[in-house]
Design a protein around this ligand. Structure first.
Ligand code: FAD
Length: 620
């Protein structure tokens, strides 16, 4: 019934969709096996993509040739660039999405992808021969063979849902959990753990009183994620903000004795930075209110996502507490919030290509690796799909360095350090965040995506043209010298000290108060010169000029540390021969098998002294 595939991807969540799209687009005969084809790319929690650090990841996925940016653009109902008041390293695009359309757009995209087949069923086992994955066995007992397998099971592995004192098996609300795989993987020698996450109730938007809330509209000039020709929104839907209060907290506290979290029925570790509402009022007892974002679920639905009110308290307690929130007095609840516990596999068992160290040609991506979030899952899926394709075609693994992309930071963190709690991306995790901005993801990554056959020729040509234009505009701004009188007159009203001598237009851009728009007000020739170039090119040139010294400093740092990154360690390297290593370092190095000395240096327990010993031993 089935041909032998190059790649089988198990699970059609955010990781699985990217993995399948990437492997198939690059030319691998690919099969996507998932438990329910009606829930492809389901947004299990909030209907939103991007945000701080996550928005950068979506742009990186897009720049490499992945699909999440395009799908988000096509299904967005609101766009905001977060942190605009801070430096460009912090600017983070975020979309509110139509949940159903997001899922539909992904399915359409996958159905249009050549080389991609679908099969709806639960995978129970990985077929393994001579230490290599060679396919999967399904619940119906079918053996489907492939040269590589990518597992992206999300929150489904032995998933257990908790609402108050009730609990039952499930991978997500109204969906079955996946059984069999964890048990087999443990038999094969993998270590597994347990984590938890939670989601808030959903309510009927018609039952809310928005006059008691603050409106949060989208940006006046909305942007988008994809560098391709997707279109920004002409019309947007607003979100709303309200707050909990003491009465809400008291209602919630009444349910604490039935809380699965406080009563110890939930064993898995949850995301510390995304706590449930009961956790917030318990941990931050001094705070008399917490913010609630009231987020529409789409263009054509009245359903509302109550962001900030994640809970696993009994449903009647949830309901009563909700109705004490200003604007929610007459709220009708559609679905209660719940918590879910699931199995994950500590990611230190992977190599940087996301292939498992134990079983060749088996890849893990997404929440199964202990991460949380659609963006974190999607980028791992993309990288696992690419690497599965590379492997079965005898090509080198495709690895992004920490200085290339947030994706590189994420995978390096997971593989080198592991994670004790659901891992999400923050800008603070990236040491080169001035280089890893959302505006330059295409310049950083599209040529790389093109070199492996994922980003199209058209995309690559566009980036090369953009690079040329940015350089040309920067040169022209350096060459254009302006008289002080003309500058001072043109910039009148701006809080910037007067210019006393003839200076280059680029020199002015280094002042914090002056941007491209203010340059245009100096004279018509300058305005004409700038307008010859696209908005993106103008913005890129401005950032490059304004932050020149910071960018240069980080580039020098990358070069300095690059020596360690380029210094490869063979996977069969015998650490026992290096007597001067500390025993903790030796034990960690043997287990994690870092691929470079740079990676070794980031493993906790490997000290700078151990790194020197290693480099000396290897003759450097
Ligand atoms: P998923 O999106 O879970 O997709 C897994 C896919 O695999 C599904 O399609 C499933 O049907 C399929 N599958 C699983 N096992 C098998 C099998 N054996 N055979 C065939 N198919 C299989 N993230 C946040 O950032 N913040 C939050 O607050 C948050 N809260 C959450 C609350 C809940 C209740 C849930 C369920 C998730 C929450 N998440 C949250 C996490 C977010 O949904 C995930 O990070 C993201 O969806 C993970 O993507 P994934 O592709 O790894 O897995």
């Amino acid at each position: 019934m089935f041909q032998e595939y190059d790649v089988i991807v198990v699970g059609a969540g955010h990781a699985g969709c990217e993995a399948a799209a990437a492997a198939a687009s690059m030319g691998s005969k690919t099969l996507l096996v998932t438990m329910n084809m009606n829930t492809i790319a389901q947004m299990s929690c909030n209907p939103a993509m991007g945000g701080v650090a996550k928005g950068q990841i979506v742009r990186e996925i897009d720049a490499l040739g992945g699909m999440s940016g395009i799908v988000s653009d096509k299904s967005m109902i609101q766009f905001r660039m977060l942190n605009r008041s801070k430096g460009p390293a912090m600017w983070s695009p975020r979309t509110q999405n139509d949940r159903m359309r997001f899922s539909e757009e992904w399915r359409l995209a996958l159905e249009r992808t050549p080389n991609l087949d679908f099969w709806q069923e639960m995978v129970k086992e990985i077929l393994v021969e001579n230490g290599k994955a060679v396919g999967v066995k399904t619940a119906l007992g079918l053996d489907i063979r492939a040269k590589a397998v990518v597992l992206t099971n999300g929150t489904f592995l032995n998933g257990k849902i908790h609402i108050g004192e009730k609990n039952f098996g499930g991978g997500r609300t109204a969906e079955k959990s996946a059984t069999g795989l964890t048990e087999q993987l443990i038999t094969l020698g993998f270590e597994a753990g347990r984590m938890k996450t939670g989601t808030p109730p959903r309510v009927d938007g018609r039952s809310l009183d928005y006059s008691k809330m603050e409106e949060q509209p989208g940006d006046a000039a909305p942007g988008k994620f994809s560098y391709s020709d997707t279109q920004p929104l002409q019309k947007q839907i607003s979100c709303w903000i309200t707050y909990t209060n003491d009465t809400v907290h008291k209602e919630l506290q009444k349910g604490f004795e039935k809380s699965p979290m406080f009563q110890g029925r939930i064993k898995g570790l949850g995301p510390r930075y995304c706590p449930s509402i009961e956790d917030k009022i318990n941990r931050f007892a001094e705070r008399d209110r917490h913010q609630i974002f009231v987020e529409p679920e789409g263009w054509n639905t009245v359903e509302i996502y109550v962001n900030g009110f994640s809970t696993s308290l009994p449903e009647d307690v949830q309901y009563k507490a909700l109705t004490r929130i200003p604007g929610f007095e007459k709220a009708k609840m559609f679905r209660p919030g719940y918590a879910i516990e699931y199995d994950f596999f500590p990611p230190t068992q992977l190599s940087l290509s996301l292939e498992t160290q134990l079983i060749q040609n088996l890849y893990f991506a997404g929440q199964i690796n202990g991460t949380t979030g659609y963006e974190e899952a999607a980028c791992q899926g993309l990288m696992a799909g690419i690497n599965a394709h590379q492997k079965v075609h005898g090509k080198d693994p495709f690895i992004l360095k920490r200085s290339d992309a947030y994706i590189g930071v994420l995978i390096d963190d997971l593989v080198s350090k592991g994670t004790q709690e659901p891992y999400r991306m923050f800008t603070s995790r990236a040491e080169y965040r001035i280089l890893l901005r959302q505006d330059n993801a295409d310049i950083r990554l599209t040529e790389l995506g093109h070199s492996i056959g994922l980003a199209s020729d058209e995309r690559n040509d566009k980036v090369l043209a953009k690079k040329r234009d940015v350089e040309a505009l920067t040169n022209e701004l350096n060459k254009t010298k302006l008289e002080p009188d003309m500058i001072n007159e043109g910039l009148e009203g701006l809080q910037t000290s007067a210019i006393r001598e003839k200076v280059a237009a680029s020199h002015l851009l280094k002042r914090p108060q002056i941007d491209v728009a203010s340059l245009k007000s100096i004279n018509a020739d300058l305005e004409k010169l700038l307008n010859k170039y696209s908005i993106e090119v103008q913005e890129q040139a401005e950032i490059n000029i304004k932050y020149d010294s910071y960018i240069e400093r980080e580039e020098q740092l990358v070069q300095k540390l690059g020596n360690l990154e380029n210094f490869k360690i063979r996977t069969d390297f015998d650490y026992d021969r290096v007597k001067a290593l500390s025993s903790e370092a030796r034990e960690k190095l043997k287990r994690i098998k870092p691929e470079t000395v740079g990676q070794a240096s980031r493993i906790s327990g490997v000290s700078p002294a151990d790194v020197s010993v290693l480099t000396i031993y290897m003759g450097k």
